[in-house]
Design a protein around this ligand. Structure first.
Ligand code: 4AD
Ligand code: MG
Length: 469
């Protein structure tokens, strides 16, 4: 006997057991809809464990107390269903209303817009779209975890409060004790700098910490929330999002990192295809009719690989041939704008594409220099993985493991070298070639749901101007 056996069974578990007619079962859930005919009523009840819930058959008397949104416990017999929609349904003997719901319930059975659902964020996971996203998110995380397990990567937890800005983009949130904000500070209130004795921030990436751990554990990954004071209001940016980061010691070529990254994504996607068919089919029906085809192609056809220099040529050729008009000019040395990324992945490749070896000045300090000799053509061993419709899904690189080169680069980038002494120590004592990457989980969720905004794939989105709940 396990503790679980004393709990009520989920609808998913009951339907999987398939013992119709033999036993009395109880289900707990929320009423999605009630449909009454002359002598018989049908209620759809869902407890979040599967997409379709279960259909309950009641007499009209029993159905009287049931309203959309109410929570119920229904007891009865599981019987084969004559309908096509489900294999089994529940013939109800006993109705218990746990929590009533009246006609103001905002999630009536009909198709709501994503904008409307965002306004009722605290209830949207009671609907199909909101719940299917969360089940798929769960499935994706399990898929990634299983891949890392098989690849001998240890799951590590990197801190959320940190004293550095990993990406150097200045998009950090600074943390201060709440007493800092009160106008009338008591004499004992702490001054802002006193708690940690230095400025600290919410992490923008666990990478530098993951590098510490890869320098002892060999292969590690971390999945956690990261924070960016991102001013841009786009469908791909949140102020709080989840990043999955891997860091691998003893790899010494960028293509090893690309192979690993590709296998990671393919493997997780295969897992989701295998384990979450019902939810994927739901999105294939409602958001993107080519979703399943696209995901099947993702797991069978190798990703495209091209250098930044080649990507610039592709973009210039497309522009010169009049195939596309860009708002931002394309020239070697300038960063790829989202319109460029989208052209490459969505139109040119129509498939995930690794763009590698960007100019060093476009990328953070830690990336490994390709040609130390010729700084005028300086590129770094890095990649962005671009995917159709969405753009950048993953960013990664080989890390500069050579002490002198890294030290010089930190000086050139006007970093506080003393503050990053520990990072240099990793190169001073037993330095190893290594590399890693970070995947934005919400953008991956867009890829596997066909939804258009990251605000719809995280339960409580935070972005500039909005932090509800
Ligand atoms: O490309 P980024 O900034 O890379 C890093 O932070 C590296 N330190 C990761 C590493 O090598 N360990 O971020 C990684 C990914 C992006 O490719 C994108 O998918 C996602 O994080 N991302 C965001 N997702 C949602 N909202 C935002 N504001 C995001 N910024 C980046
Ligand atoms: Mg990036």
């Amino acid at each position: 006997h396990t503790a679980r056996q004393s709990l009520p069974k989920t609808i998913k578990a009951i339907l999987n057991e398939k013992v119709p007619g033999e036993t009395t079962v109880s289900i707990n859930g929320w009423i999605r809809s009630v449909r009454s005919q002359k002598n018989v009523s049908f209620a759809n009840v869902n407890d979040g464990s599967n997409l379709k819930g279960i259909q309950a058959i009641l007499n009209s008397d029993q159905a009287k107390s049931l309203t959309t949104g109410a929570s119920v416990k229904l007891t009865g017999q599981l019987v084969p269903s004559p309908g096509q929609e489900q294999q089994h349904e529940l013939k109800v003997d006993q109705v218990e209303v746990l929590g009533e719901s009246d006609s103001t319930y905002p999630l009536q059975k009909k198709r709501h817009t994503m904008e409307y659902l965002r306004e009722i964020g605290h209830l949207r996971s009671r609907g199909n779209t909101g719940a299917a996203v969360l089940r798929l998110r769960n499935s994706a995380v399990l898929g990634f975890q299983r891949f890392f397990e098989q690849a001998d990567c240890a799951n590590v937890h990197t801190p959320i409060i940190t004293s550095h800005d990993c990406e150097g983009g200045g998009e950090v949130f600074k943390i201060l004790p709440a007493s800092t904000y009160t106008t009338q500070q008591s004499s004992s209130a702490m001054a802002p700098s006193e708690f940690f004795k230095k400025p600290v921030y919410l992490t923008v990436s666990g990478q530098l910490h993951a590098e510490i751990l890869a320098s002892s554990m060999g292969r590690v990954y971390t999945l956690g929330p990261v924070f960016r004071a991102e001013e841009s209001q786009t469908s791909r940016h949140l102020a709080e999002f989840w990043m999955m980061e891997a860091e691998l010691a003893f790899i010494d070529r960028l293509d090893q990192l690309l192979d690993f990254t590709e296998e990671c994504l393919v493997s997780a996607t295969k897992y989701v295809l295998e384990h979450s068919k019902e939810d994927l089919e739901f999105f294939n029906r409602w958001t993107d009719k080519s979703l399943l085809e696209r995901l099947n192609k993702t797991v069978t056809k190798p990703f495209v690989r091209m250098t930044y220099t080649e990507a610039i040529e592709v973009l210039q050729r497309a522009h010169d041939a009049g195939k596309v008009k860009f708002e931002f000019p394309v020239k070697w040395g300038s960063s790829l704008q989202s319109e460029h990324e989208r052209y490459l992945a969505t139109q040119h490749c129509q498939h995930p594409v690794f763009v590698t070896n960007y100019p060093a000045h476009l990328k953070p300090f830690y990336m490994r220099a390709d040609h130390v000799q010729d700084p005028s053509k300086q590129t770094v061993g890095c990649f962005d993985l671009l995917i159709p419709s969405i753009g950048e899904l993953i960013g990664g690189s080989m890390r500069e493991e050579r002490y002198d080169i890294l030290h010089q680069k930190m000086i050139d980038s006007e970093m506080d070298v003393e503050e990053y002494k520990w990072y240099l120590d990793l190169r001073r004592y037993g330095s190893v070639p290594h590399g890693g990457y970070g995947l934005g989980l919400e953008r991956y969720m867009l890829w596997i749901t066909g939804l258009e905004s990251v605000r719809d794939v995280v339960p409580m989105p935070r972005h500039v101007g909005s932090c509800r709940y």
